[in-house]
Design a protein around this ligand. Sequence first.
Ligand SMILES: Cc1cc2nc3c(=O)[nH]c(=O)nc-3n(C[C@H](O)[C@H](O)[C@H](O)COP(=O)(O)OP(=O)(O)OC[C@H]3O[C@@H](n4cnc5c(N)ncnc54)[C@H](O)[C@@H]3O)c2cc1C
Length: 409
Amino acid sequence: MASQFPKTIDTLVIGAGQAGVAMSAHLTREGVPHIVLERARIAERWRSERWDSLVANGPAWHDRFPAMEFEGMDPDIFVPKEQVADYFETFAARNKAPVHCGVTVTSAARSLDGGFTVETSHGTVLAKNLVSATGPFQKPLIPTAVPETPGLMQIHSNAYRNPGQLPKGAVLVVGAGSSGAQIADELVRAGKRVFLSVGPHDRPPRAYRGHDFVWWLGKLGKWDMKAPTPGTEHVTISVSGAYGGATVDFRNLAARGITLLGRTGAYQDGVLQVAGDLALNIRNGDANYLSVLQEADAYAAAQALDLPLEPDAHKIGPMPDCVENPLKTLDLKAEGITAIVWATGFSMDYGWLKLGKFDEKGRPEHTDGVSPEKGLYFVGLPWLSCRGSAFIWGSWRDAERLAGVIAGQ
Ligand SMILES: Cc1cc2nc3c(=O)[nH]c(=O)nc-3n(C[C@H](O)[C@H](O)[C@H](O)COP(=O)(O)OP(=O)(O)OC[C@H]3O[C@@H](n4cnc5c(N)ncnc54)[C@H](O)[C@@H]3O)c2cc1C
């Protein structure tokens, strides 16, 4: 049962993930009256839309709000997802965030007075400002239509929980970003026969010369990058904090029995076409990995940092056989594949927002989170103001700035 909440408010925040919780903290600090409406629970996606063994991709000292540490934890560990969710709940409680859970926003439109009329599952709310914090990863995206087939389970990574959920038999994991690479790794450890479809990706070293890559990206100014390098927007980043954290290494996955394949294409009569891009994707991933090492070395030299050398990190092994002689098609039945895990990302879903402009991918128009529609703001989206924007501390920083904008009006 949702708690009572005001039906007229200065600022209405929609969504109580990390971005909504951060927004609330900054609005409180700025003295802006507001409420946060959340359709489920605080940090719901960390609770119920991620797999059981997931840990944060960055260490505890990094993947957090600057205002609160993960108490009682080694700052270098990768925090399990339930504790990440607990962290946001604790933070919201300590800040007495006016979060009302169990309230779904069904539509938001411009009112005659220039503010917003917001319809919710618990009545209408009138607000002067609207902040959408509904998340960067809203609707599971599955690029290839494989029809429902008896004996073939298909799930998106947001519904994957653990290996025990899958039927007996081999599994195809499509997508080798952080989710796909981590899920494939978990499945092969569980004794499954695994096929992994690898698209273009970046794969920074987990750590180099004594520092985690998130530290290096900070030093190299990469988190503050304003826009993706042209043409590279869709390159997913493949990193993992699982099992204590290690560089995602596709050669290692292949050596442990995973069959790598190129991007999966069209499906017909039980057979998936496979693009001939596997070796190129692996090579480009290697180039990205090596470029981080080189930039780190250049930075260390320029700053005269006394860090241990790590020559072995520069050695790249030979291509595995499955890359040298790649599959051109994948016959699901012949390979005994009984499950497909689509780790193929998400799209946006702003069906509830009845104003503003959206591009062909459904991404809203804004500048650093400020919509051209007066009083409308977005927080928590990828590249909202910089590369760090969709990450925990990045949404904090954007929320801080946007709260200042709202208070200033
Ligand atoms: C598998 C995975 C692992 C990740 N790991 C990390 C990591 O380790 N470190 C890191 O920094 N980032 C990580 N991210 C990226 C990012 O931090 C998360 O996606 C995070 O959940 C985004 O937070 P958010 O608050 O912006 O959105 P969300 O967590 O998606 O929160 C949005 C909230 O809005 C609510 N909502 C949506 N629509 C409505 C509506 N109409 N009415 C009411 N409520 C609504 C939802 O229920 C949800 O609770 C990860 C992402 C994924 C997918």
